[in-house]
Design a protein around this ligand. Structure first.
Ligand code: S3P
Length: 451
């Protein structure tokens, strides 16, 4: 059962310089974005959806619990998850608060679904989620006819009353956000007529792919400036269909970069989703001259998948363009750790969206790296890291602010740093990568609980 991480006691964790190379072949848990969408579309489809490889992290469990509170039935049965859907428009009013824990994706996508169901729901989350902007979804969702009562700045907790007679919409995304795009498209499902989202830059397209997989009609055209115009036809017959969830590239990024920065390492990560709209990190690492190979490239469940083989070696600094940010938005914390160990300067441009993640990641990365003896600057929305061309000093305590990726990134840095790196709270790691510590330990990483 998902819970508000703010109530859990903090779990400090410390990583020490790896005494030996990291070595082995692993699989990482299922993709978080795809897992949320599989549960949600399964809940809206007619029939039983069987999901293989669902991520059982707290964020996804929060989505499952919310869907169950809305009248769908999602549960693990042996090796799989099954979802008995209620059909489009078939969800019912929950009789209690929906607590979505740490999960922005659960909150924003579910609000899209709720916005065109004639019911009232009350939504909250942990201290991190309650700080995050929801007006980016409540604003377009209001145009369907939904009503919201929110805290100042559109923040949670909020109440939503969905539209009884929703009006379709054409919406131009003001920020490149797959969550906002998906929220509007999901609202469009229970809206007669065509709902269109225009995105200035391509963002992850798992919602579009999966809608088609369930039989919805989704039209995708190119829009001015490299963007896309995505239209969903309302009130489709969504039919349950089996889903295979690939390994999450955003989780694979941690053992991958650990293997690149701990001398002598060689790690293979099998079955990783390499959707081009998610794989910007791999482009960066190639530019940084990482020894990285994709093998066994294939398609599974409508998503491209490969095995990643990473070997340690000298990384060089690179200039990462802003246009790449939507394709790797969750990977900047760990990329910054690779940059800290590289030879030369790495510039990561256009990171405004990092300020509104589980924490203000731009500040968290800069503060943490500075504390670890790395020279860092934030200029506007750009992050500049001067590589140590060696092992960074480390020896710092990192404040993670309920942010799983900040916690994992600095623990990986600790494997290469001269002195141990400690994070004040490793508990949020369970939101996306519950087995991070045992999996990394199986490769030879050394973590300890400093209590
Ligand atoms: C996600 C989209 C991204 C990403 C998040 C998951 C999704 O957020 O950071 O972890 O599943 O759609 P934004 O849409 O806010 O960029």
């Amino acid at each position: 059962m998902a819970h508000s991480s703010s109530l859990a006691p903090p779990k400090p964790l410390e990583a020490s310089h790896a005494a030996a190379p990291l070595f082995g072949t692993i699989r990482v848990p299922g993709d978080k974005s795809i897992s949320h969408r599989a549960l949600m579309l399964g809940a809206l489809a007619a029939g039983r959806t069987e999901i293989t490889g669902l991520l059982e992290g707290e964020d996804v469990l929060a989505t499952a619990a919310a869907l169950n509170a809305l009248g769908a039935h999602a549960a693990r049965v042996n090796e799989h998850w099954i979802v008995d859907g209620v059909g489009i428009g078939g969800l019912g009013e929950p009789d209690s608060l929906l607590d979505l824990g740490n999960s922005g994706t659960s909150a924003r996508l579910l609000l899209g679904i709720l916005a065109t169901h004639p019911l009232t729901a009350f939504v909250t989350g942990d201290a991190s989620l309650r700080r995050r902007p929801m007006s980016r979804v409540t604003e377009p969702l209001s145009r369907f006819g939904a009503r919201f009562l929110t805290r100042e700045g559109g923040r949670l907790p909020l109440a939503v009353t969905g539209a009884k007679s929703p009006i379709p919409l054409e919406y131009h995304l003001p920020v490149p956000s797959a969550q906002v795009k998906s929220s509007v498209l999901l609202a469009g499902l229970n809206t007669p007529g065509e709902t269109t989202v225009v995105e200035p830059q391509g963002t992850r397209d798992h919602t579009e792919r999966m809608l088609r997989h369930f039989g919805a009609k989704v039209m995708i055209e190119s829009a001015a400036g490299g963007g896309k115009r995505i239209t969903v036809e309302g009130c489709p017959e969504l039919t349950a269909a089996p889903i295979i969830v690939p390994g999450d590239i955003s989780s694979a990024a941690f053992p991958l970069i650990a293997a690149l920065i701990v001398p002598g390492s060689e790690v293979t990560i099998e079955g990783v989703g390499v959707n081009p709209l998610r794989a910007g990190l791999l482009e960066c690492l190639r530019e940084m001259r990482a020894d990285l190979a994709l093998i066994n490239e294939r398609e599974e469940g409508g998503e491209p998948v490969a095995d990643l083989v990473a070997r340690a070696g000298t990384l060089t600094g690179a200039d990462i363009p802003a246009e790449r940010a939507p394709r790797m938005i969750d990977e900047y914390p760990i990329l910054a750790m690779a940059a800290a160990c590289a030879r030369g300067r790495t510039i990561m441009r256009g990171l405004a969206e990092l300020r509104v993640k589980e924490s203000d990641r731009l500040s968290a990365i800069a503060a943490g790296l500075t504390a670890c003896g790395v020279r860092v600057a934030v200029e506007g929305d750009d992050l500049i890291v001067e590589g140590a061309d060696n092992f960074p000093a480390g020896g710092a305590l990192i404040t993670t602010q309920l942010d799983h990726r900040i916690a994992m990134a600095f623990l990986v840095l600790g494997l290469a740093a001269n002195e141990p790196v400690r994070v004040d709270d490793g508990a949020p790691i369970a939101t996306s990568f519950p087995d991070f510590v045992p999996l990394m330990t199986s490769l030879g990483a050394v973590f300890r609980n400093p209590d």
